[in-house]
Design a protein around this ligand. Structure first.
Ligand SMILES: [Zn+2]
Ligand SMILES: [Zn+2]
Length: 254
């Protein structure tokens, strides 16, 4: 029954300073839903980024009446969700323009779908470029959850940057890893030289190494992978060795 409503958001303020009066709410956005107008508010004393206060947003309608109580609740929920999304998208646009990740700790990053780093050191860039090495389209945020990709530490040594293989927001593999992983998993399941236990062990050790190439047990896990690969066929051996090497290797440095 849900025909999607027409929603437009006007952000009033994305940084809060406190209203100075403990009873006056701070307006964050005006949201137009079909012919209704709702205002989204943060608490009176809230300060800092408005988006951080999203769980405490309230919405109020302006003018007119809703015929049914449940309709009213639905509009409020839509309004709050739309305001939150608009604030997130504004933060993302701003971070591109400044070359900074919205977390303020990392630079933003732009990477082609094959894993070639385009930007990671705080220089501003434009979304939607194509890779100059391989022509693939580039992303700067997770295709699944839209969390911006971490670039180098903003005030650290950018030459130490290691391209992440998994999104820190939702934990799914970035496109440059997704293909390789799926291939590796399928090959693994077809390698009859390996027992079920061998396969599961290889798979979990590989994921350990890939989820954080700097984790303390990585050297040990790499050794275990090497040992277990001793029993594997040549193709599995090649693919796993390649993924492990690339996860920890020079080629992902800018
Ligand atoms: Zn590329
Ligand atoms: Zn994600």
């Amino acid at each position: 029954m849900s025909s999607s409503p027409s929603i437009k958001v006007v952000i009033i303020q994305s940084v809060l300073r406190g209203s100075g009066n403990s009873t006056i709410l701070q307006e964050v956005a005006t949201v137009h839903i079909n012919d209704r107008e709702l205002r989204v508010y943060a608490p009176p004393t809230a300060s800092g980024k408005a988006i951080d206060w999203a769980p405490h947003f309230t919405a109020r309608r302006q003018g007119g009446y809703f015929s049914e109580e449940d309709l009213q609740d639905q509009h409020k929920a839509w309004a709050i969700k739309a305001a939150k999304e608009a604030l997130e998208s504004e933060a993302r646009d701003k971070s591109l323009a400044e070359g900074m990740h919205p977390d303020g700790i990392h630079c933003s990053a732009q990477v082609c779908k094959q894993g070639h780093i385009q930007h990671c050191d705080g220089m501003p860039f434009e979304a939607g470029a194509h890779c100059t090495k391989c022509g693939s389209s580039c992303i700067h945020e997770c295709p699944h959850c839209k969390e911006p990709i971490h670039g180098a530490q903003a005030y650290g040594d950018t030459s130490l940057y290691v391209l992440p293989n998994f999104c820190h927001g939702c934990g799914r593999a970035y496109p440059w890893m997704e293909d390789k992983l799926q291939t590796a998993r399928r090959l693994l399941d077809h390698d009859e030289r390996l027992s079920y236990e061998d396969r599961e062990e290889l798979w979990s050790d590989l994921q350990y190494v890939m989820s954080d190439p700097k984790a303390p047990l990585v050297a040990a896990k790499k050794k275990l992978i090497e040992i277990n690969l001793g029993k594997a066929g040549a193709v599995v051996k090649d693919v796993f060795t390649d993924i492990v090497a690339k996860t920890t290797a020079e080629m992902f440095k800018p």
